[in-house]
Design a protein. Structure first.
Length: 281
């Protein structure tokens, strides 16, 4: 299959950037850079494999599931069916963490509630080299991805627990979460890549999309260390209703993503230090 044929097949299927994706998938099959795709001829075997991947993409399988990789915070994550593909918007949570904790050498205790691929936790641990963290992921399909990414990219500073985040025991200095927040009734209207392939457990936030935040609003005050911060991802239009749930914590700000959409709610535990912090776990 030629690049032109592949581009046409993707365009006919309604894929947004058919030429760019056709080149990237060819580069993936040939193990070369995108620039070399115009000058490298595939062998018949490679051509057949390429045709197969193009057909999968034309069927709106997520691009990242086909290549098995997705970049997040300039790190290379392994992903596949069963785990949410990390989104560029979610990098906002890391940027904001660097603002609320300017000291990169801090010995932070970090938690990521619903860690999925481990992207947020692992990116945060890269930025804070003396920090340790735990990612909670209750989905048996998702947590092996997080474990593999953590082992490959970070090592023992990251622990992945195959548990619901209700199992978390603080105190933590930083808590991240990109919980499911799409209202149940809107899932089917998402892009086919998302609706048909990505795990609904990572997307479905109940009737109004806020179910996970209600749960987090109950748990976070008991999990955050005094002065600790929580950075939570929100969806389009959720800032006001979501923020009103967190009465026990101080709301510092709501940060926009690169498109200007309010994306990250930053909360702080204002409580004084009352006793010695317990073990991380
Ligand atoms: N940002 C994702 C999407 O729009 C949703 C992720 C989530 O529910 N946390 O597809």
């Amino acid at each position: 299959m030629t690049l032109d044929e592949a581009t046409r097949q993707l365009a006919d299927a309604g894929i947004d950037n058919p030429r760019a994706e056709a080149r990237l998938l060819l580069a993936h099959v040939l193990g070369i850079s995108r620039d070399q795709t115009l000058t490298t001829q595939p062998t018949p075997d490679q051509s057949a494999r390429y045709a197969d991947l193009i057909t999968r993409r034309a069927g709106h399988e997520p691009f990242a599931y086909i290549t098995g990789r997705k970049e997040f915070w300039s790190l290379d994550f392994e992903v596949g069916p069963g785990v949410l593909v990390p989104r560029p918007d979610t990098e906002t949570l890391i940027e904001e963490a660097l603002r609320v904790v300017p000291d990169r050498t801090a010995r932070l205790r970090i938690a990521d509630l619903g860690t999925g691929s481990g992207a947020i936790l692992i990116a945060a641990l890269k930025e804070f080299p003396n920090a340790h963290g735990i990612g909670f992921e209750s989905s048996p399909e998702a947590h092996p991805w997080a474990s593999a990414n953590a082992a490959r990219l970070i090592g023992t500073r990251a622990q992945i627990r195959p548990d619901d985040w209700a199992a978390a025991q603080g105190p933590f200095d930083l808590i991240f979460s990109n919980p499911p927040y799409i209202p149940s009734g809107e899932i089917e209207s998402l892009m086919p890549e998302v609706a048909a392939s990505e795990p609904h457990a990572a997307l479905d936030g109940g009737a109004d999309g806020l179910a996970a935040y209600r749960n987090l609003a109950e748990l976070l005050p008991g999990l955050l260390a005094p002065g600790g911060h929580a950075l939570l991802e929100i969806g389009l239009g959720q800032a006001q209703s979501m923020a009103s749930l967190f009465s026990g914590l101080e709301m510092l700000r709501i940060a926009p993503d690169l498109s200007g959409i309010p994306r990250c709610v930053i909360l702080r535990n204002p409580k004084e230090i009352l006793g010695k912090p317990g073990p991380i776990g």
